[in-house]
Design a protein around this ligand. Structure first.
Ligand code: SF4
Length: 216
């Protein structure tokens, strides 16, 4: 078995453990993305969000809510022949793997600190296995989990940082309803936000074509 196949097997084992996990009683009925919905390990790029949203979970597609589809549109609209979707460019992960909602509801809420702590070893293991050269975080909690410190998302949006393992971390805001006001306050339209994301993704593709896939 090649080193790359080995990593895929290890990643699938992590994702199967996540699939069976019921550590957080507050997250019943534990709505998760499918085990195999992780994108690619070949590029060395990771995209880390906060948690599945209800509509994305229903569609079994991370960032799949048509109301917040800007992140997917940003890569799709580049029209690159090889990197057409988020799954072509990134390994997709989240800080919390079950959709957080008030019990008995489908509404989205932010994950609690306990839920984030409970779930943290899965992300840690993925980072150890993948050693990504670039991590793109989507949302404040994802950036804080990777950078290990509190951040102000309105100040950090599109900023690049040295990551904990010598990698690069790019911080992005999520285009959710509650952040649309933040975007306005920053003088950004949704179109302007999409253009920023297009630039981030285009730069990553250009780097990938220049440097090639990560050696495994
Ligand atoms: S959020 Fe994470 S730790 Fe909590 S039940 Fe889901 S998979 Fe388990």
């Amino acid at each position: 078995m090649s080193a790359e196949q080995n990593i895929v097997e290890e990643i699938l084992a992590v994702r199967r453990r996540i699939d069976a996990c019921q550590r957080c009683a507050t997250l019943q009925p534990w709505r998760k993305f499918p085990v195999e919905a992780f994108g690619t390990i070949a590029t060395g790029y990771m995209l880390i969000g906060e948690a599945p949203g209800y509509v994305s979970w229903r569609r079994q597609m991370p960032y799949g809510n048509p109301r917040n589809y800007t992140i997917r549109e940003a890569i799709e609209s580049l029209g690159h022949p090889r990197y057409k979707t988020l799954e072509d460019l990134f390994y997709l992960s989240d800080v919390v793997r079950c959709q957080p909602s008030p019990l008995g509801s489908t509404a989205n809420r932010s994950p609690t600190s306990t839920e984030r702590r409970n779930c943290s070893d899965y992300l840690q293991r993925e980072l150890e296995l993948l050693t990504p050269r670039v991590i793109v975080t989507v949302g404040k909690l994802a950036a804080e989990a990777v950078l290990g410190r509190p951040i102000k998302i309105t100040q950090e949006h599109t900023k690049r940082h040295a990551g904990p393992a010598g990698n690069e971390v790019i911080v992005l805001m999520h285009p959710s309803g509650r952040n649309k006001q933040h975007l306005q306050n920053m003088g950004l339209t949704l179109e302007g936000y999409r253009e920023q994301l297009q630039k981030v993704f285009a730069d990553l593709i250009e780097r990938l074509e220049r440097e090639g896939p990560v050696p495994r």
